[in-house]
Design a protein around this ligand. Structure first.
Ligand code: PEP
Ligand code: MN
Length: 264
């Protein structure tokens, strides 16, 4: 299997623009859940850049539980994300939900995100496998580690070698967190695969008070980075406001992660 350690012994590195992920380099992906307008994107980007984030995120196509919830700005959002990424000299990542959107999204982004809900959308995996962009593949909320690696295999099998995996929590009986963060997925994947894996404590816990500790645990566990949602005004955010870190909280967190990474 192309994703397996047997196929490729050393850790693989994936480049997103000039940013290296894996094989000793940490991805610090941060930004609002959704691209809402230019001002919010610009403000959040300014703060996360100052904190030391190296990749900017923002969803233009949002997979919402309710069809009546904000669905994202679409192509207008992609344009804003690209402009702001260029302004702050940060590569950008955004979600693609449908195989028919891949060409459009590729025109604006440096990395394609496949969301948890689409981890086994096999046509989407294949289409992203044909694209000329690295892919951020999130673990489904009821997918095993084996399922995640098989989904990565779909992308690799089409010729795209640049896949970064994301642990973002799975469904459980615990109802005080949004999902249950499976921290063991990090060393578990590392044992079986050469692909980089990062952790998304924002979607895993849904709780800003838990995100910093889970980010530190991720780095300690050997993750190749973290993925964190940040908003300058969470109570007005159009999606995932309750889990967003405030800019100053993100700055503190990044300082802690830098100290931890150099101490390791
Ligand atoms: C997101 O990154 O905003 C998102 C929807 O994540 P997930 O697919 O992990 O739920
Ligand atoms: Mn989100």
């Amino acid at each position: 299997k192309l994703a397996s350690r047997e196929f490729h012994k050393p850790d693989s590195a994936v480049y997103v623009g000039k940013v290296k992920i894996g094989a000793g380099s940490l991805a610090m992906i941060a930004g609002p859940c959704a691209v809402e307008n230019y001002e919010v994107m610009d403000t959040v980007a300014k703060y996360v850049k100052a904190g030391g984030a190296n990749i900017l995120r923002g969803g233009a196509f949002k997979p919402r539980t309710s069809p009546y919830a904000f669905q994202g700005m679409g192509e207008d959002g992609l344009k804003i994300l690209k402009d702001v990424g260029q302004k702050y000299d940060m590569p950008v990542v955004t979600e693609v939900m449908d195989p028919r959107q891949v060409d459009l999204v590729c025109r604006y982004t440096d990395m394609l995100q496949i969301g948890a809900r689409n981890m086994q959308n096999f046509d989407l995996l294949k289409e992203c496998g044909k694209a000329n962009k690295p892919v951020l593949l999130k673990r489904g909320m009821s997918a095993t580690v084996k399922d995640l690696l098989m989904s990565a295999e779909y992308i690799l099998a089409e010729g795209n070698k640049d896949v970064v995996l994301v642990e973002r929590g799975v469904r459980s009986f615990e109802d005080s967190t949004r999902n249950m963060l499976d921290m063991s997925a990090v060393p578990n994947v590392k044992g079986q695969s050469h692909l980089p894996i990062i952790v998304d404590p924002s979607h895993a816990t849904g709780r800003p008070d838990l995100i910093p500790a889970m980010c530190r645990a991720s780095v300690a566990a050997g993750a190749d980075g973290v993925h964190v949602e940040v908003h300058n005004c969470p109570e007005k955010a159009m999606s995932d406001g309750p889990q967003a870190l405030l800019p100053h909280q993100f700055l503190d967190l990044m300082g802690d992660l830098r100290r931890l990474a150099t101490a390791m």
